[in-house]
Ligand binder design. Structure first.
Ligand code: NAD
Length: 260
């Protein structure tokens, strides 16, 4: 622990599981006070406990990132408690429905975009008023599916939402530079989390699967999926002053998977 984000206040969405959980723990271990935003029925209480056991500070906010009022309230609560906001990790996301485009309903499409893309917009929008005075760092979790890898068959809504996040983050980086708010987007490959649990894979998916050169999920570097803690190291770097000259960048963290 080098105190790399000491006394900063962080708002982390999807903090109950996977990448968000690992990042919340990492930021707290480096001195940040962390607002753990996730859906009500999730595992944020345990994350809060783990942070407090190590002498850190955290609190839980029940936030559905697709719900504008809840996002605004969650951020207001964090600022109300700690008086400032320095770091936003817009990370909550779902795989949604993986099915051929001709079978995808517009509701399935909307659900995926509401959480992944609109949720990112809302977290950034409502953070700006509290960050513009002193600057800060915003990190968005996209995916290699958003710009480099298009062989996850059936994931058209997911990939579109992830590509949207990349474009949005780059626009935000330029627009918010005048406030010294840095915005970067991370693009993980396959990471060992709970995201697969709620993926709605429809039977029609097998009709569009064509052979790919390498099996899904194989990564040249380590021949396994990445670990959430490895992604958390990148999030910490982008949140801290060690990345003070980095904004508008898309960073791949995938063990070279997306080059296959
Ligand atoms: P995860 O399912 O383990 O964690 C995601 C968390 O987000 C969960 O706690 C869930 O409750 C929360 N969440 C979902 N919808 C929400 C909503 N509407 N409001 C608030 N919270 C919500 O998954 P993960 O892999 O850690 O996913 C985090 C991010 O990483 C996602 O944006 C995902 O697309 C991205 N990602 C994951 C992988 C991977 O292989 N795991 C790869 C690339 C990108």
């Amino acid at each position: 622990n080098l105190g790399r984000v000491k006394d900063r206040v962080a708002f982390v969405t999807g903090a109950g599981s996977g990448i968000g959980r690992a990042a919340a723990l990492k930021l707290a271990s480096e001195g940040a006070r962390v607002c753990l935003a996730d859906l009500k029925d999730n595992r944020t209480d345990e994350v809060k406990q783990l942070i407090e056991e190590k002498g850190g500070e955290a609190f839980v906010a029940d936030v559905d990132v697709s719900d504008e009022a809840r996002v605004r309230e969650g951020i207001e609560k964090a600022v109300g408690k700690w008086g400032r906001l320095d770091i936003v990790f817009a990370n909550a996301g779902i795989n949604g429905t993986w099915t051929p485009i001709e079978n995808m309903t517009s509701e399935q499409w909307d659900d995926t975009l509401a959480t992944n893309l609109k949720g990112t917009f809302l977290a950034v929008k409502y953070a700006i008023p509290y960050m513009k005075e002193h600057g800060g760092s915003i990190i968005v979790t996209s995916s290699i599916n958003g710009s480099r890898k298009f062989s996850s068959f059936g994931a058209s809504a997911y990939s579109a939402s992830k590509a949207g996040q990349v474009a949005f983050a780059k626009m935000a980086a330029l627009e918010l530079a005048r406030y010294r708010i840095r915005v970067n987007v991370i693009c993980p490959g396959a990471i060992d989390t709970n995201i697969g649990e709620n993926t709605n894979i429809t039977p029609e998916l097998k009709t569009i699967q064509i052979p790919v050169k390498y099996p899904e999920g194989s990564q040249p570097l380590e021949h396994r999926s990445g670990k959430p803690e490895q992604v958390a190291d990148l999030v910490l770097f982008l949140a801290s002053d060690e990345s003070s000259h980095i904004s508008g960048t898309e960073m791949f963290i995938d063990g070279a998977e997306s080059l296959l």
